[in-house]
Design a protein around this ligand. Structure first.
Ligand SMILES: Nc1ncnc2c1ncn2[C@@H]1O[C@H](COP(=O)(O)OP(=O)(O)O)[C@@H](O)[C@H]1O
Ligand SMILES: [Mg+2]
Length: 300
C-alpha cells in the first residue's frame, strides 16, 4: 500500500478553541474517504491543514511523504473548497486555461467540460456573471484541471441541485476507477455511505470512528448495554467474551455493544462488575447519527 497522506498527532488551536485535537490517520492510494461529521467537528480545519493553508499547532501532515506546501505536492492535488471564489474579469475558458498552465499534465478543456457539466456557453461567460451552480461547476473543473492524483473536496455537494450532485458523484467514481485518491467532507451519513469506501467519523475535533461504511453503521447503530461503574473497576473480564463487539466509556458511562444484549446483562452479573443504573440502548442508524451529531459541544 502506498501512503498518499499521513497525519500524525495533529492538533490545531485557535486562541481558546481547540478545533482539531490530536488526530492521526493515513490514507492510501486509491482510497475514497469521507470525513463525516456535524458542523464544527473540525472537517474544514483538517482539510485546510492537509492543503497547507493552515499550519498545525502540533503534529505533522505529510502528503506523498512531503510537506503540503511543496511544489511537487501541489502539482498532484486538486481541491474544491467550501467557499467558492472565482476570478472576476476573466471568462471561464480563460480561467481554465490559466489554471491548466500551472500543471505539467493538465486535462483538456473538453474533458473538463464533459466531466463537470459546464457548457460551451459557460466557457464564454465572465466569472462574475456565473450563477451559484455554474460557479460550483467551474470550481469543480479547476479542481480537476491538473489531472490530480489526490482530490480533496470540502462539503462539495452543499448547494448543488440533484442533477449536479449526480453528475458530481459520477465524475468522482470515474476518477476513483482510475486509481485516484479522493477525500471529501460531508455532514450527510447517506452521502458518505453511498460514495466512500472508508469513513473517518469526526466529532469535537477528534476521530470517533474509522472504518468501512458498513462497520461505521454497525458501530453507531448497534444495540448496547450501558451502565455506571466505579472508575477503578476493571472491564477486562468482559473483553474475553466473543459476543461483545465493543466496550467504551462515554459521559461517565460504560457502553457494551453487542447484538445480544440479554447475554451482556448475564455477563455483567456473572463478572460482578458492580454495574449500576443499567440501560439497554437500541441502535437506530439515523437516530444514532443524529444523536451523535447533535451532542457536539463547544469546547471550553
Ligand atoms: N479561524 C478560526 N478561529 C477560531 N475558531 C475557529 C476558526 N476556524 C474554525 N474554528 C472553530 O473550530 C471548530 C471547527 O471548525 P471547522 O473545522 O470549520 O468545522 P467543520 O468544517 O467540521 O464544520 C468550530 O468550533 C469553529 O468555530
Ligand atoms: Mg466546514
Amino acid at each position: 500500500m502506498t501512503e498518499v497522506l499521513t497525519l500524525k498527532n495533529v492538533t490545531k488551536s485557535f486562541r481558546q478553541k481547540t478545533a482539531v485535537n490530536n488526530i492521526s490517520f493515513s490514507i492510501s492510494k486509491g482510497e475514497v474517504v469521507a470525513i463525516l461529521g456535524p458542523n464544527g467537528a473540525g472537517k474544514t480545519t483538517t482539510i485546510s491543514m492537509i492543503l497547507g493553508l493552515l499550519r498545525p499547532t502540533e503534529g505533522e501532515v505529510k502528503l506523498f511523504n512531503r510537506q503540503p506546501q511543496e511544489k511537487q505536492v501541489r502539482e498532484k492535488i486538486g481541491t474544491m473548497l467550501q467557499e467558492v471564489s472565482v476570478m472576476p474579469g476573466l471568462k471561464v475558458r480563460e480561467i481554465l486555461e490559466l489554471i491548466r498552465s500551472y500543471y505539467p499534465h493538465p486535462l483538456p478543456v473538453k474533458d473538463l467540460v464533459n466531466l463537470t457539466g459546464l457548457t460551451e456557453e459557460d466557457l464564454k461567460t465572465r466569472a462574475e456573471k456565473l450563477s451559484g451552480g455554474q460557479k460550483r461547476r467551474l470550481s469543480f473543473a479547476l479542481a480537476l484541471a491538473g489531472n490530480p492524483e489526490l482530490i480533496i473536496f470540502d462539503e462539495p455537494t452543499v448547494g448543488m441541485d440533484i442533477t449536479s450532485r449526480k453528475r458530481f458523484w459520477q465524475t468522482v467514481r470515474t476518477f476513483a476507477a482510475q486509481g485516484k485518491t479522493i477525500i471529501f467532507s460531508t455532514h450527510y451519513l447517506q452521502e458518505a455511505d453511498d460514495a466512500a469506501d472508508r469513513i473517518l467519523l469526526f466529532k469535537d475535533g477528534a476521530i470517533a470512528a474509522d472504518g468501512a461504511p458498513a462497520q461505521i453503521k454497525a458501530r453507531i447503530a448497534k444495540p448496547s448495554v450501558s451502565f455506571t461503574a466505579a472508575p477503578d473497576i476493571s472491564l477486562e473480564p468482559l473483553y474475553h467474551h466473543s459476543e461483545i463487539d465493543d466496550i467504551y466509556r462515554k459521559n461517565n458511562r460504560v457502553y457494551v455493544q453487542s447484538s445480544n444484549t440479554d447475554r451482556v446483562l448475564e455477563l455483567l452479573f456473572q463478572e460482578k462488575l458492580g454495574a449500576r443504573d443499567i440501560q439497554i440502548e437500541r441502535g437506530k442508524l439515523e437516530e444514532a447519527f443524529e444523536e451523535l451529531t447533535s451532542t457536539t459541544k463547544e469546547a471550553i
